[in-house]
Design a protein. Sequence first.
Length: 256
Amino acid sequence: MFYDTGDAQGTESDTLIPKNDDLSRVSADVAGCFECPRLVEWREKVAEEKRASYKNDEYWGLGVPAFGDPNAKIMIVGLAPAAHGANRTGRMFTGDRSGDWLYGALHRAGLANQPTSTDINDGLELTNVIITAPVKCAPPANKPTPTERDQCSQYFERELAIVQPTVYLVLGGFAYQTLTRYLGVRPRPRFGHGVEVCVPDSDATILCSYHVSQQNTFTGKLTTDMLDEVMDRAKQLVGMDSHETLETHKSSHPKP
């Protein structure tokens, strides 16, 4: 279902975007952030205690920046890093079951060079896609507070301003609510899998998907076919043929 919300009413952002900002600067600032005491305490506690199956791993234990193609037209927006996933590996959706689903779908769509994401040195490469989250640190029980969300928005909003994607593929209601709030979408249509929302005063589209959490994938609320369909739709919205692969996209869109 597609919604056109009409003219923008203005965003709710108060973030001052640094002049000549780029993703490397944002990434450094994210990794160096200690603004939220509860999140810092939790991420460091998890990194110190570790899960038994990862006892020999050196956990990242810091804020996790965006990952992917800096020139991407598709931005995938999640919730926050997983305690023993991205908080361990230092890369979004890497090292957990949710990442297996997401990167598997990206590979099937021709947007990733491999279907797995295990660590930051595994050779994974994305084309025309970048992945981020409004909250950069792993929260207890995977539930950030509104204050933590708002504190972290400075980094999320800088990423949006730098990348300026054509399609925002949001995974779950939290990402949808946060993004529509920032982009000034009013009224906000009800979230649902496959829902499309036109961004006011923009050619961009918000495309909704259920989150790739085990809660959804194990119960069948989200299936591989459903995820593949939204990936194909995202490609269509940015002008990529549904059968276009990573390699054919590279050859027809060489880097300057």
